[in-house]
Design a protein around this ligand. Structure first.
Ligand code: UDP
Length: 500
């Protein structure tokens, strides 16, 4: 049987393009790019996802969600990752698992060696298994050289939205950040006129920061971007106005918006109540006991850690607001004793049904949380994955950007789309690659400022209703984009055609 399945797979591969998908080694990156692999398979393409042994389970679990049809066309291949050789802890195979920011450069070195091994593997794939197209995460900068050697096109996946990629193109071309005299001086980045987009140097994506710890790698990123044959984005054309078309014009490359990929798998499989994870079950049961649209969901992505002083200011606002709060805290173990104590006294960690503030320490089932009827607002760091998941669930946001391109996403959420409010953060307050790994030691945003934003998010009167209406309209458009003949559906077909 096993043999027959294998031959069937080979047969199919002979007639359909074979995509080799190489996710960048970061949790939040792997989620959407593996979902893209699932979508490709659902559209009939053969797909091989190449990852490292420690990431195989995460990849395989998402592939399994793709249902029989899709999953049977996907092969997950693992190639060893030289963590120990690079001086990293054994099994450290994701950048968000690197124990300290000064070890990030070693992680990138190991990822380059991983690239050599992937190239060797791909050269051996012949006949129907010969790669007809590569889709690689931005940090696998070696992928375009490999693709060229294999005679296959190479598409890049950043994990950014088209709007922020367009903004980066403007920064590369016009370099307005180099003309200002201080890191806090505002300058224009006219990404999508007539919308105003004013940023400071501190708020720019990493590659534009003078203090970037992996600056030399950033130059390689740019070379990869320029060499790639196209850009795949987890977004849908109706969302970002004409950002995708403008990005195509600015780069001269094909841009394929194929999302929102969080909607690609059937909801029952995604339901954490069916999983064995107790935390997820408790969290869903807690939500079940709450009124519709009454809960504030607060989470800052897969790695976002807030400095203790800032966390306390946020925490005081959360426990004193009139709405039930579901708060995901990363890195709680390394908080100072007094903050831990405060959390223990003021929040609930066990999901007692009538508690007011449930603080989750582990991995939250975010997509299920956002689509729960009880959730009425999302305080987010504006990571693109979270932003799009919120749109797909029709949940308005309060923007608290941490780092990377999140300040740009905030402009899209608040100013362009009108589906969120700004907390008013002016500089990075957290994130893996920022100073100290956790941002400033003092809090920029005080409790009262947080409360004002939460009020406007959850009880914003006419403006609040307008935001809710807009985000629900976008939710409907998100579903429509993925349906047959929808824009994302058609872009996926185009992506497959461009690989044949
Ligand atoms: N996520 C999750 N549970 C968590 C934290 C994150 O499911 O506790 C998922 C979230 O749904 C999203 C991704 O991780 O798909 C985070 O991606 P995003 O781009 O928002 O932020 P990043 O982690 O890159 O900062």
């Amino acid at each position: 049987d096993c043999h027959r399945n294998e031959s069937q797979r080979e047969l199919e591969m002979g007639t359909k393009p074979h995509f080799v998908v190489i996710p960048w080694l970061a949790t939040s990156h792997m989620i959407p790019i593996v979902d893209i692999a699932c979508l490709l398979a659902a559209h009939g393409a053969a797909v091989t996802v190449i990852t490292t042994p420690a990431n195989a389970q995460l990849v395989q679990s998402r592939v399994d969600r793709a249902g029989d049809q899709g999953a049977s066309r996907i092969t997950v291949t693992t190639i060893p990752f030289p963590a120990a050789e690079a001086g990293l802890p054994e099994g450290c195979e994701r950048v968000d698992h690197v124990p300290s920011p000064d070890m990030v450069p070693s992680f990138f070195d190991a990822a380059m060696q991983f690239g050599d091994a992937v190239a060797q593997h791909c050269r051996r794939l012949t006949g129907p298994r010969r790669p007809s197209c590569l889709i690689a995460g931005i940090s696998h900068t070696w992928a375009h050289v490999l693709a060229r050697e294999l005679g296959a096109p190479c598409f890049i996946f950043h994990g950014f939205c088209a709007f922020s990629l367009l903004c980066c193109e403007y920064l590369h071309a016009h370099r307005p950040h180099e003309a200002v005299s201080s890191p806090d001086e505002l300058f224009d980045v006219p990404t999508l006129p007539p919308f105003e987009c004013r940023l400071t140097r501190r708020q720019l994506p990493l590659q534009f920061l003078p203090s970037c710890p992996v600056e030399y790698r950033m130059r390689e990123f740019r070379e990869f971007e320029l060499a790639a044959d196209g850009i795949v984005v987890n977004s849908f054309e109706e969302l970002e106005r004409d950002s995708a078309a403008r990005l195509a014009a600015a780069t001269g490359k094909k841009v394929f918006a194929v999302g929102p990929v969080s909607l690609c798998c059937s909801p029952p499989l995604d339901d954490p109540r069916a999983a064995s994870d107790d935390d997820a079950k408790r969290c869903m049961a807690w939500l079940d006991a709450k009124k519709a649209r009454s809960v504030l969901y607060v989470s800052f992505g897969s790695a976002g850690r807030m400095a203790p002083a800032q966390l306390m200011q946020l925490g005081v606002a959360l426990v004193s607001c009139p709405w039930p709060v579901l708060w995901v805290i990363k890195g709680a173990g390394s908080l100072p004793g007094d903050v831990k104590e405060w959390l223990r006294e003021n929040t609930d960690a066990d999901g007692v049904a009538d508690s007011q503030c449930l603080a989750l320490r582990g991995w939250a089932p975010q997509v299920a949380i956002l689509s729960h009827r009880a959730v009425g607002g999302f305080v987010t760091h504006c990571g693109w994955g979270s932003t799009l998941e919120s749109v797909a669930a029709g949940v308005p946001m309060a923007a608290w950007p941490f780092t990377a391109e999140q300040f740009v996403n905030e402009k899209l959420i608040v100013d362009v789309l009108g589906i969120g409010v700004s907390i008013g953060v002016t500089k990075p307050t957290g994130g893996m690659l920022t100073a100290g790994g956790g941002g400033e030691e003092t809090a920029e945003v005080g409790t009262e400022q947080v409360k004002r934003a939460l009020n406007s998010l959850m009880d914003g009167g006419v403006e609040g209703e307008e935001r809710a209406k807009k985000v629900n309209e976008l939710k409907a458009k998100a579903y429509a984009a993925l349906e047959k003949e929808g824009s994302s559906y058609m872009n996926l077909e185009k992506l497959i055609l461009s690989a044949v």
